[in-house]
Design a protein around this ligand. Structure first.
Ligand code: SAM
Ligand code: SF4
Ligand code: F3S
Length: 470
């Protein structure tokens, strides 16, 4: 479905990807190596951790062999994501055995879910830190250096790390994530996130604008505002005199500079408002692209999932998006084979996909997660081979839709923000258009960070191929 170039973005990182850090030129007396798994928010958290560790004299390294501290920022969203991390931890245990004094820490959602288990039962790690406890990392490292096993998995109702300036890791210097909120209050029955990330809280709007402004001043040209449900962003100042909704925040960030592109993820179909859509329309630099997870096209299944919208509601939202923003790119998440899903209900998902014709889709088969509402209430009764067959049908249908959508772009000219060289050829540049479509074109004298008008001449299933026209 995706080509290499388009894989480096945002939620395509969910679950399995990892990102070794960029080398630093600063001098540090100790080194940490970090791998991140899961969603963009987790990757952004690793940058917060890098900042906290930098204060303690730890610099990043790409070379695990020279690290004093190995950190794995983990994801629990599906069983496979956890298995990948376990395999990595077993490999890291070998490095640890070879290198006296080396510490291994687990961060993120798996740390939160499994808590002390990773220390006690499996003896894979020295430090376990949940997503709201990163400020305690220095003291946990000190404890672990003293031979103690250290754990802090306390969730917080306030922590947003709003005052911490993330150290950008492994990025292109053009596009960056900015977390605007943490946690989730939605309790979708399949989902582990409310348990691993805690209650929803919104970050100080002014700290978000400051971070985005700093990024712009440092040459960045695109920020993606991150939250599990950005539409429920709502910040109230301490004295209560100021309230900021997501639409307000979008406007504040859009006004930093017309050359700073603004994206956001994830929108919830029950919460996305006309205000947000009209703000997108008003500002040319707010990209016409919405990630609107569907999960299922069938109302009964949506109810079992506690998504709190119906098939009809979702269709109306899509219609409204297209009415206000006719050329808006729309992407989605779909789960195949949720508990009790029948063949007809699966067909409803396919027919809804046919209606929307998504530009991009992240597609999974249902993976029961211990402790979630679905695990407690329903039987995971769709056989694995049926789940996989339904998923294959969903993937194949999406592949057709995305190919059709790409074909429609041939002959059009788009404003492309250049992110760097294409992975296919050093003579080509890679960038994205407003609708988040990947485009490559001959380099000529353009460079990363430039906006270039590119006329599309052909396409593959995941990439538009064009030529600069000015
Ligand atoms: N907050 C977003 C939302 O409301 O859709 C995204 C949450 S989650 C990090 C990303 C995606 O993983 C979900 O949209 C869902 O499709 C998928 N997912 C979550 N739990 C899952 C599970 N137990 N099995 C399979 N896929 C799952
Ligand atoms: Fe999970 Fe639902 Fe929250 Fe998304 S909105 S993080 S799917 S509980
Ligand atoms: Fe995974 Fe946690 Fe994100 S479970 S998808 S890393 S919020």
């Amino acid at each position: 479905m995706l080509d290499l170039d388009s894989k480096v973005h945002d939620e395509s990182r969910q679950g399995e990807a990892y990102a070794p850090v960029a080398a630093s030129t600063q001098t540090y007396n100790k080194r940490f190596y970090i791998e991140s798994y899961g969603c963009a928010m987790n990757f952004n958290d690793s940058e917060i951790v890098a900042s906290i560790l930098g204060e303690e004299g730890y610099g990043p390294t790409r070379n695990v062999e020279e690290a004093n501290l190995i950190l794995v920022n983990t994801c629990s969203i599906r069983e496979k994501a956890e298995q990948t991390v376990r395999n990595r931890l077993t490999e890291f245990k070998r490095y640890k055995q070879r290198t006296p004094g080396m510490l291994v820490g687990v961060l993120g959602c798996m740390a939160e879910r499994l808590k002390g288990k990773l220390l006690e039962e499996e003896k894979l790690v020295d430090i376990v830190v949940g997503p709201d406890a990163y400020r305690s990392l220095p003291s946990l490292i000190a404890e672990a250096e003293g031979g103690q096993k250290s754990v802090n998995v306390l969730l917080s109702r306030e922590e947003t790390y709003g005052d911490i300036s993330p150290v950008r890791l492994d990025n292109n210097g053009v596009t960056s994530f900015v977390s605007i909120m943490r946690g989730c209050n939605n309790m979708c029955t399949f989902c582990v996130v409310p348990f691993t990330r805690g209650r929803e809280r919104s970050r100080d709007a002014h700290s978000i604008v400051r971070e985005a402004t700093d990024l712009f001043n440092n040459g960045y040209r695109e920020v993606t505002l991150l939250g599990q449900n950005v539409d429920s962003y709502y910040w109230i100042s301490d004295d209560g005199s100021e309230t900021v909704t997501f639409a307000n925040l979008l406007e504040m960030v859009a006004q930093i500079n017309p050359l700073l592109r603004v994206r956001f993820s994830t929108s919830h179909p029950k919460d996305i408002t006309d205000d947000v859509l009209f703000t997108m329309k008003k500002y040319e630099n707010v990209c016409n692209y919405i990630h609107l997870p569907l999960q299922s096209g069938n109302t009964r299944i949506l109810q079992l999932m506690n998504r709190t919208y119906t098939r009809e509601w979702y269709i109306k939202k899509v219609d409204r998006i297209r009415e206000i923003l006719p050329d808006c790119g729309i992407s989605t998440d779909v789960i195949a084979g949720f508990c009790t899903e029948t063949e007809e209900e699966h067909q409803d998902t396919l027919s809804l996909m046919d209606y929307v014709k998504y530009d991009l889709a992240y597609m999974y088969f249902y993976s029961e997660r211990p402790g979630t509402l679905a695990a407690r209430r329903y039987r995971d009764d769709v056989p694995e081979e049926v789940k996989k067959r339904r998923l294959a049908e969903i993937v194949e249908l999406h592949r057709r839709h995305s190919a059709e959508n790409m074909e429609k772009e041939v002959g059009k000219t788009f404003k492309v923000l250049v992110e760097g060289p294409s992975k296919r050829s050093a003579d080509q540049l890679f960038g994205r258009n407003d609708q988040n479509k990947a485009i490559i074109f001959p380099k000529e004298n353009y460079k990363k960070g430039d906006y270039v008008m590119v006329k599309v001449e052909s396409c593959t299933s995941g990439t538009l191929i064009g030529k600069a026209v000015g």
